[in-house]
Design a protein around this ligand. Sequence first.
Ligand SMILES: Cc1cc2nc3c(=O)[nH]c(=O)nc-3n(C[C@H](O)[C@H](O)[C@H](O)COP(=O)(O)O)c2cc1C
Length: 356
Amino acid sequence: MPEDAADLVSLNDFEERAHGLLDPGPFAYYSGGAGDEQTLRASREAWSRITLRPRMLVDVGDVQTATTVLGTEVSMPVLLAPTALQRMAHPDGETATARAAAAAGTLMTLSTLASSSPAEVASAAPGGPRWYQLYITRDRAISQALVDQAVENGFKAVVVTVDAPFPGRRERDLRAGFSVPQGIDAPAITAALGRTGGVTVEEFFSIVDPTLTWSDLERFAAECPLPVLVKGVMTGEDGALAVEHGAAGIVVSSHGGRQLDGVAATADVLEEVVQAVAGRLEVYVDGGVRRGVDVVRALALGARAVLIGRPVLWGLAVGGEQGVASVLELLRLETANALALLGCASPQDVRRAHVD
Ligand SMILES: Cc1cc2nc3c(=O)[nH]c(=O)nc-3n(C[C@H](O)[C@H](O)[C@H](O)COP(=O)(O)O)c2cc1C
């Protein structure tokens, strides 16, 4: 960590510091959303509109943040979302993230488009719980090879991302002339494609299957040796379909506002999805979570846990493994503080009545 890191006391501070440290291209890629970035902005604002209803004179002398996700114990209801190409933020990339997540006692999701292989991540943090994010490819042999790598390397679940049959139009990338820097690779993809050397983001999306339907998903889930979560659900209708087609969990997500601009903030659709699935599977949410109070808002609306995307990249850019560790520790402290002041001794105590 840089010596002058003492003034980084919130995730927003990390974002500001990272902005000054990253090259304009990678910063544009990491920070940007699609189109006018309406959804990107709304994602953060919507959490702050949900007002909290704290209860007084509850014993909060011993607040615990631990919970379980699909039966795996984690130290807090905050997991790491899959984000591509983390080596652009720090040379250690996903391996630093994996070590920081494991040290914090929480779970990391590795992107299909990661710049470190599943094997590298597994050996960097052998004890850390991890999920593998998958894009199902036109040539099923490729996505199968990726699932095989995940299974071989001890990943506990496969998170199938369903909101990106094509990439969103991200204008910051275009304006910054962003392209993946020389020397940064997506090894799981190149290995699955049977080649060496780099792959561009556009090339990658050309192999993703845009014809995928719920029946394909059902077949995939039935054959997959690991539990399958569906990431990118934004309606109650699709929540119910995910249950019917064999999902073990749902991530309510707008891909951080990077896909369809104009969709609602995830904070505003979470409850609709939770009600539609009616307790039949675990529901997670991501998008714009930057504060412990956002974490408890999500819990009150029925999420099992939240995932954070960009703040991990800002931590990496500022201080590699230590930077990610600091981001996670800040959010853990804020979550514990928010629980206590809300009158909850643990995530399990948070109820719908704790928010308006
Ligand atoms: C730079 C970047 C790359 C991402 N790459 C992926 C990816 O490869 N697969 C995926 O499912 N989601 C990807 N996402 C979406 C995240 O998993 C997550 O949904 C989103 O970042 C959450 O919003 P937040 O950044 O506001 O926390 C990416 C997001 C960002 C910002």
